[in-house]
Design a protein around this ligand. Structure first.
Ligand code: MN
Length: 434
C-alpha cells in the first residue's frame, strides 16, 4: 500500500468524492474512449468521478515527466496494448502522478483534459490477441456438474488444475453492444437426429476478466510469485452461453459455438495496485488436495485472493417500458474462487505457452457457496426447471429477446476507500436464421 490508497484523499473534482461513486481518487481505472459520435481518435483515459482524464491530451500538453509521461504517451494510442506492455513500474508512476494532480489543493492543470463520462463512448481497451476462459469457481463447477453428471459432478482433475478452454477474441464486445441470439445444433430430448434452431436457453455467466500486461517469451513459464507482474488489471466479463448447443457439442473438446458468438466486457480496467487494499489470503481447505508446487507459494497464500463483490441484474422489456430499473438476480464474490489470478497465469504458462500484452483471461462463472449466489441462470433455475419469478410477476428460465443483462462489481470495507468497476451490459437481439 502507498499514499494513493489513503482513504482520506479527496479530489478537487467534487463528483469523485460522492459516497458510493465507483471512481474515487483511490481507483483510477483505465479505458479507451472518445466523445460520443465525434469521430475523434480513440485513446486511453482514466476515470475520476463523473469524468475521464484524456491521456492523449495529458501527453500532448506535456503535463507529466519520467515514467509517468512515458506511460501517458503509450496510453495515447487507440488501444492500451503499449501501456500494458510497459509493466507495473510505469503503471504505478502514472497512477501516483494522476493521484497527486487530482488531489484537493493541487493546481488544476488536468482540468483541460477532462471529458464527462456522460459524453463519452468506449471501445475495447485492447487489441485482444487471445482469450482464454477458466472455470475457477468450484461452486459453479459443482452445481453445473450435478446437472450434467449427477453421479460425478466434479471430474478428477478439477481440484488439481485450473480448467480452461481457448475462447475466441473476435467476438468480444464492449459494454452496451447488443448480442444476437445464436442459432445452432441441439439434440431434442429423446431424439436421434439434431435440429438447427435459435437457442431457447440463452444464459449469462458472471465472470471477472483479467488483462495481461507484459507477456512471457515462448517456452518460458511464469513463476507464481511473478505472475501478478504480468497482470494489468481486472474488469467485468459476461460469457454469454447457449446451453442446449453447449450440451450437444461440448464433449470431447469443450465449448465451441455455444460460447463464441459473444463475450461482453466492461470498459474500465481496475489495476491490481488499486485493488491492493482488497487483497485476502488464498486458502485451500485441509481436506482438499493442496496445489502442486508450481501453483503454490507462501506469498501467494498470504495475499493471492481478492475481495471483489459481484452482482448480476436483469431488465426485461416490460420493466424498461414501465420505467423500472434492472432487478438483481444474484450476488457473489471473487473471494470464493477456487483458483486465483496468479494460479491461472502460472498454470497457463507452465508448458511454455506465451501470453501477450492485451490477452484476456476469463475467471469462469464466479458462483458463491450459497445457491442464491449463483452466477448463471443455468444454476439459478436448475437448468430451466424452476424459472425465476421476477418482482412484477414475469418469469425467466433463460434470457428472452429484449432482455438487458447487467453485471456490476465493487470493493468496500472499513478503513479503505470503496472502489467500483462500473458495469457491463448487453441487450439480446432476436436470432437470425441462416
Ligand atoms: Mn465461462
Amino acid at each position: 500500500m502507498n499514499e494513493t490508497h489513503d482513504p482520506a484523499l479527496a479530489s478537487w473534482l467534487d463528483s469523485a468524492n460522492a459516497p458510493g461513486c465507483d471512481f474515487p481518487l483511490q481507483n483510477l481505472p483505465f479505458a479507451v474512449f472518445r466523445r460520443g459520435g465525434s469521430g475523434e481518435n480513440w485513446r486511453g483515459g482514466v476515470a475520476i468521478g463523473d469524468a475521464v482524464v484524456d491521456l492523449a491530451r495529458v501527453h500532448a500538453l506535456g503535463l507529466l515527466d519520467g515514467p509517468a509521461a512515458e506511460a501517458a504517451a503509450a496510453a495515447s494510442q487507440p488501444t492500451l496494448n503499449a501501456l500494458m506492455a510497459l509493466g507495473p513500474r510505469h503503471w504505478s508512476a502514472l497512477r501516483l502522478a494522476l493521484s497527486r494532480a487530482l488531489r484537493r489543493g493541487a493546481a488544476q492543470s488536468l482540468r483541460p483534459c477532462l471529458v464527462l463520462q456522460g459524453q463519452a463512448e468506449y471501445a475495447l481497451p485492447a487489441r485482444i490477441g487471445d482469450y482464454t476462459d477458466f472455470y475457477a469457481s468450484v461452486h459453479h463447477a459443482t452445481r453445473v456438474g450435478r446437472l450434467l453428471r449427477p453421479d460425478q459432478p466434479l471430474l478428477p482433475n478439477y481440484k488439481w488444475l485450473p480448467i480452461a478452454y481457448h475462447g475466441r477474441s473476435s467476438s468480444i464486445c464492449i459494454s452496451g453492444q447488443p448480442v444476437r441470439r445464436p442459432v445452432g445444433q441441439r439434440l431434442p430430448p429423446g431424439a436421434q437426429v439434431p435440429v438447427l434452431s435459435a437457442t431457447a436457453r440463452l444464459d449469462y455467466e458472471l465472470e471477472v476478466g483479467i488483462f495481461i500486461g507484459p507477456g512471457n517469451a515462448l517456452g518460458e513459464p511464469v513463476h507464481i510469485d511473478a505472475a501478478e507482474d504480468h497482470v494489468f488489471g481486472l474488469c467485468l466479463l459476461n460469457d454469454w452461453s447457449a446451453r442446449e448447443i453447449q450440451g450437444w457439442e461440448y464433449q470431447p473438446l469443450g465449448p465451441f459455438l455455444a460460447k463464441n458468438f459473444a463475450t461482453s466486457i466492461s470498459p474500465w480496467i481496475v489495476t491490481l495496485e488499486a485493488l491492493e487494499p482488497y487483497r485476502l489470503p488464498w486458502t485451500r481447505e485441509a481436506a482438499d488436495p493442496q496445489p502442486l508446487a508450481y501453483l503454490d507459494s507462501p506469498g501467494h497464500r498470504a495475499r493471492g485472493a481478492f475481495d471483489l463483490q459481484l452482482e448480476a441484474l436483469l431488465q426485461t422489456p416490460a420493466m424498461r417500458g414501465a420505467g423500472r430499473p434492472a432487478q438483481r438476480l444474484s450476488r457473489s464474490n471473487f473471494r470464493h474462487s477456487y483458483w486465483s489470478v496468479a494460479q491461472m497465469v502460472a498454470h497457463h504458462t507452465v508448458n511454455g505457452c506465451n501470453l501477450q500484452p492485451g490477452d484476456l483471461l476469463g475467471s469462469g462463472t464466479q458462483s458463491g457457496p450459497e445457491e442464491s449466489e449463483s452466477g448463471s441462470l443455468l444454476e439459478l433455475t436448475e437448468g430451466g426447471r424452476k424459472p425465476l419469478v421476477l418482482a412484477d410477476g414475469e418469469q425467466r428460465g433463460f434470457l428472452e429477446d429484449g432482455d438487458t443483462l447487467v453485471l456490476r462489481g465493487w470493493c468496500a470495507r472499513e478503513g479503505a476507500a470503496r472502489i467500483g468497476f462500473g458495469e457491463v451490459s448487453g441487450t439480446v437481439l432476436p436470432a437470425r436464421m441462416p
